[in-house]
Design a protein around this ligand. Structure first.
Ligand SMILES: Cc1cc2nc3c(=O)[nH]c(=O)nc-3n(C[C@H](O)[C@H](O)[C@H](O)COP(=O)(O)OP(=O)(O)OC[C@H]3O[C@@H](n4cnc5c(N)ncnc54)[C@H](O)[C@@H]3O)c2cc1C
Length: 392
């Protein structure tokens, strides 16, 4: 099937579309290394959806493109090369595939359209103050009363909750001998009565993570995904998809070329020659590894699409791409100078001068620290790889 696709023509088609249709103001935000908020991201998603490209990773019958892994990779590359944002992941790549695989017909028809056209914004309520790496220790309770579940507890580090419509969340609906049992995956509107969202400012100055308190929140049983008490299985399925986000190496290649440009722009005097050569060598090593994980990413997406069991690939992809992203941003911060850290935090939409550009490099350096923490820390990924390879 895939042999018949003219990939060059496909690339040209995507390129022509994004160059014509991705709004200039959004491309400028991306080119300036700025963090995006909901508005530009949703606007871009709507444009892609109207063209039939809203969900490159979903099957055609559910509104996706039905593209093969190579087409998905080319699409990601063209978006990145043209400074268009990668699509917002919580709906499209996290809860969307779970709903497609395990959701009821009612859940699919209620929730998939809003993900596709960008009108519903989702966040992930997994972590709690005492349940991060050891997620199965979560304490938020869901008490089933008739056809309603009453939820009480606290989530933390909930990215984008402050601008979300919906949260998918794991709660404990019964106490079982094995702590992974008795957990359920629920969908809760973030504006539901009894929910309080409190922002946390992170080291990069960005206000995008939150504490979410749930006080007697009533959730209809119809918003429990799959069977009550089986949420761990769906939650793990989702986390494996989350790690696969690292298969899209295109934004890293783009970041790499921006860093090369920064070096060429800033380190121009003869006295910089040795430092410049050393930094360029580090970037060459990054590029070599990036090319390697690009291939691994294609294999992993292929395996997911053909329902072949995937084992260590998502963890290896996440481990490697996190380290490479951190190295690239370290080099960027080193070139502009750490003194710009004093200028944080930045306001969205503020003027963009040379100093601010430097501050944005520093901000991205700080932001990149999270890559080895969220979605399962590096240590946890290494444990998973070891268990898979050596059985313990
Ligand atoms: C910016 C940011 C955004 C986030 N967004 C979200 C979100 O949207 N939704 C959400 O649910 N969560 C989110 N998280 C939470 C994230 O998933 C957790 O922080 C992460 O899983 C680690 O959990 P913890 O913070 O409780 O650390 P802990 O689990 O307490 O770990 C502390 C340290 O111990 C190490 N460690 C723990 N267990 C082991 C072990 N068995 N072997 C070896 N080392 C171990 C860890 O690697 C880490 O270095 C976010 C976190 C951050 C920082």
């Amino acid at each position: 099937m895939s042999e018949q696709i003219d990939y060059r023509a496909f690339r040209n088609e995507v390129e022509a579309f994004v160059q014509k249709n991705c709004p200039q103001d959004i491309r400028k935000l991306v080119a300036d290394n700025r963090k995006l908020s909901r508005e530009p991201w949703s606007r871009w998603q709507k444009i892609l959806h109207q063209h039939g490209w809203g969900a490159p990773n979903w099957p055609k019958e559910l509104g996706g493109t039905g593209w093969n892994p190579k087409q998905q990779a080319i699409y990601g590359e063209v978006l990145a090369e043209n400074d268009c944002p990668a699509q917002y992941h919580h709906g499209l790549r996290h809860i969307g595939p779970v709903l497609i695989e395990f959701g009821s017909p009612g859940q699919k028809s209620r929730y998939l359209p809003g993900i596709l056209d960008g009108s519903d914004w989702w966040c992930q309520g997994y972590s709690e103050p005492n349940a991060g790496s050891d997620l199965a220790s979560l304490k938020t309770r869901g008490e089933v009363r008739g056809d309603t579940i009453i939820v009480n507890g606290q989530k933390t580090w909930t990215s984008h909750a402050q601008e979300s419509d919906l949260m998918y969340t794991l709660v404990r609906t019964s106490e079982e001998a094995r702590k992974q049992d008795g957990i359920s995956l629920l969908i809760i509107p973030i504006k539901a009565q009894g929910i309080t969202v409190r922002p946390i400012r992170t080291i990069d100055g960005w206000l995008h993570v939150n504490e979410v308190f749930l006080d007697n929140v009533e959730v209809p049983l119809s918003d429990c995904i799959g069977d009550v008490g089986s949420g761990w299985k769906y939650g793990k399925f989702l986390l494996a998809r989350e790690r696969l986000n690292s298969a899209n190496t295109a934004p890293l290649f783009q970041y790499l070329s921006r860093t090369r440009y920064l070096i060429a722009e800033k380190l121009i005097q003869p006295k910089h020659r040795a430092r410049r050569a050393a930094l360029e060598l580090r970037l060459l090593n990054v590029e070599a590894e990036l090319r390697g994980i690009r291939e691994l990413g294609l294999e992993a997406i292929e395996a997911v699409m053909s329902k072949t069991p995937i084992t260590t690939q998502p963890s290896v992809l996440k481990l490697t791409s996190s380290r490479l992203y951190q190295t690239i941003t370290e080099i960027g911060a080193e070139v502009v100078g750490p003194e710009f850290a004093a200028r944080m935090p930045l306001q969205e939409g503020s003027a963009f001068d040379e100093n601010e550009q430097a501050t944005l490099w520093i901000q991205n350096y700080f932001f990149s620290r999270v890559r080895t923490i969220y979605g399962g820390s590096d240590e946890v990924q290494k444990n998973m790889v070891a268990r898979e390879l050596f059985g313990h």
